[in-house]
Design a binder for this molecule. Sequence first.
Ligand SMILES: [Cu+2]
Length: 156
Amino acid sequence: MRYLIAALGITALACGGGEQAGQPAQQAAPPAGQPPAAAVPAATGTVHEVNMELRDGKYIYDRVQLTIKIGDTVRWINVSGGPHNVAFYQDKIPAGAADVLNRAMLNRLGPLNGPLLTDSLAVYQISFAGAPAGTYDYYCLPHEALGMKASLTVRP
Ligand SMILES: [Cu+2]
């Protein structure tokens, strides 16, 4: 997908630069408003926020249990006590979820393992478009031993 976007960008630049006054553009640009060729699972546009905090001496996700719908997005916010991250347990997610998550999670440290957020109020978000329904248990890599864990339920 990245390559496709890059190629389109170059094409657009080449067209614009090569265009002479009084000459029609030679290359037809892809029709505007056309959906991308690849099938992209539908996103609902709903965003759920989960704060990651050090509160009363405990490292927490402020929503230990959160239920969302397939296609929703979850946004984690580094409020205090960081660095924090979001890492899913390989054996505590539905069948087929790992592939979806590994595609949806940007800048991963490794499989199912999101980047460490160090900046105050830094955010990390994951789209659950195309994700299988079920329970997703996750933890914070730096604070797992201190009990920083939570669970998402994804509903159809
Ligand atoms: Cu943490």
